[in-house]
Ligand binder design. Structure first.
Ligand code: FES
Length: 105
């Protein structure tokens, strides 16, 4: 499935990745700027903060309690705020669009 990352500088990157990978891994593996992923995806750093487009937000598995708690600490939270490492790409999410915040910390 394809995913479109819109970097903080406005440049968008469309990447074809394998289902089952999380968005933080996909972004860092493809050197997409704007996602850090300090903790390696164990939901403890919140430096993989992304904004999910409204149209897509409803299609995602909702954030669990741990993710919600981490999202309280991100810079500039918005309605579509999620942690990239907690979103697994799937075929149903083909075409997913996420934006990265101006900074992660
Ligand atoms: Fe650390 Fe997502 S990579 S919380």
């Amino acid at each position: 499935p394809k995913i479109v990352f819109i970097q903080p500088d406005g440049v968008s990157r469309s990447i074809d990745a394998d289902a089952g990978q999380n968005l933080m891994d996909i972004a860092t593996n493809h050197l997409v700027s704007g996602i850090v992923g300090d903790c390696g995806g164990c939901c403890s750093c919140a430096t993989c903060h992304v904004y999910v487009d409204d149209a897509w937000a409803a299609k995602l598995v909702p954030a669990d309690e741990m993710e919600q708690a981490m999202l309280e600490g991100v810079i500039d939270p918005q309605t579509g705020s999620r942690l990239g490492c907690q979103i697994q790409l799937s075929d149903a999410l083909d075409g997913l669009v996420v934006r990265m915040p101006a900074r992660q910390f």
